[in-house]
Design a protein around this ligand. Sequence first.
Ligand code: IMP
Ligand code: ZN
Length: 331
Amino acid sequence: MNPVEAVRTAENLSMVGMTISFDAVQKSLKNEAHCHLGGAWPLSYLQKISSPEDYLKLVHYLQLIEKGIDYHEGFKVFALTAKIVNTDEKVEAGIVALCEQYARDGVERIELRTGLKDLGSGLEGYLKAVFRGIERGARESGIMVDLLLSLRRNTSKDHCEQTVALAINYFRKGVSGMDLSGDSTIGEGDDAIAALKKAKSAGMSVSVHMGESPKESREQQMREIEELAPDRIGHGVFLCDEAVDWVLSKKVPVEMCLTSSCKVGMVENPSAHPGLKWLKEGHPVAICTDDPLIFGVSLSDECYQAATLLGWSESDFKAYQERIAGLFFHP
Ligand code: IMP
Ligand code: ZN
């Protein structure tokens, strides 16, 4: 039984009293603050554009992930989604499909993040395709979509420099901020940190995936905190004590992705995620999907799971949505 099913079963057994129902979560307006484009394409869209072989491979991979996968192994699936969505046109149409999917789930605002790629028209061509998809998707689905540009700790120096130059050029004209993601144990991060520092000097906000793996050293975490002063932290499960103190004392928002954290073995079950405890204590924590395709979840699933574990009523959930609306980088 997956965590979402477990929570729904708990509700069926009336173990949760007056907590919000799944329908009420789905009908409430919601905000998504952590979603990677390459892990978010609607499955029906990928089926339409991929070869039968690639689609079968993808479905097989998703089934493996559903059962739980090693954190490092999980990243391999992104090569497959990138192979399927391999032109600027497919990127644009995929974002339109993604916006429709989020709108059907009652989402009013998404902060989408993606690493720039050259699909034939250079990094700027890809970025413009993303802008076109966002513009059309937002218009047709009536939702707001912001964009963060992602770097990984092993992104090449040239790619980091080109990305940050484009981010600064399009800051507040389509780009809202930046993100540091990818397997947190691969790459020293020097070039990415230098680029993100540039972005911050230009007034941009930066979210950093941190505490995804117990192999991250205290030095790595504290260096990134000291050099970047991240505006938000993605996941934050395996933070060293000093990093936890910093996050809590500075009230740095945490993006919590319960199913993602469970499926890749960061936590044994959703209730063990430290973000839930922090949320309960009043710390700003956004409930997010991470990769709705890869983990087979909607934002409603993730919100319902958290709300049930916290025993939230409908009004608690509405109050939470109002609080997190202020965490978005785009005002
Ligand atoms: P893209 O940047 O649009 O291609 O989205 C896919 C990328 O997002 C992956 O290649 C990873 O770098 C990143 N990503 C997706 N999920 C995670 C996560 O849980 N942790 C770290 N990085 C992630
Ligand atoms: Zn992520």
